[in-house]
Design a protein around this ligand. Structure first.
Ligand code: C5P
Ligand code: MG
Length: 159
């Protein structure tokens, strides 16, 4: 018997090009920006990365398998809905989310002022109490000025 019994880690990643005249939505929070994510959907890279992380924790593939953007039913699906469905998939398999950690890489705008809003939005979406969602921001140091990237890990406990 090990303390690690029943624990699973998940990892997910997503990126979108930044283009004019699009909204920049990160973790369900709209951030004022001259450019937003080029995408069929709302292009919420953090939510897509978290959804993939949830699925990967139970080796269930990624959101493209379940919600293919080529399928008109999912093309414009709200990313919050996708994340909520992935959480439901975990619950239906007897698993529960322990915590989530996210890093968003973006050169501009600065995201620090929105951290508290993004954390609160993710706590609500993931149904986690305060202190279980970590959100970090990084610039690419100018190496990737035209895209927004998100990476997420989750810890899951299987009952
Ligand atoms: O990537 P770098 O080390 O330059 O980030 C320095 C600081 O800038 C970090 O504290 C990070 O939270 C913040 N940051 C930010 N908004 C971004 C990128 C980084 O507030 N878009
Ligand atoms: Mg740095």
């Amino acid at each position: 018997m090990s303390v690690l019994d029943g624990l699973r880690v998940g990892f997910g990643e997503d990126a979108h090009a930044l283009v004019p005249d699009r909204r920049l939505v990160l973790g369900g929070v709209e951030v004022p920006s001259l450019r937003g994510a080029a995408a069929h959907s709302d292009g919420d890279a953090p939510l897509h990365a978290l959804a993939d992380a949830l699925l990967s924790s139970l080796a269930l593939g990624d959101i493209g398998v379940y919600y293919p953007p080529s399928d008109p039913a999912f093309e414009n699906m709200d990313s919050r809905e996708i994340l909520s469905r992935c959480l439901g998939t975990l619950h239906s398999r007897g698993a529960e989310l322990v915590n989530a950690a996210l890093v968003v890489t973006l050169d501009t705008p600065r995201l620090g002022p929105y951290r508290a809003d993004i954390v609160r939005a993710l706590e609500n979406l993931l149904r986690l109490p305060p202190g279980r969602v970590g959100v970090g921001f990084k610039t690419s140091e100018g190496l990737a000025p035209n895209h927004v990237q998100a990476r997420a890990t989750v810890l899951v406990r299987v009952r």
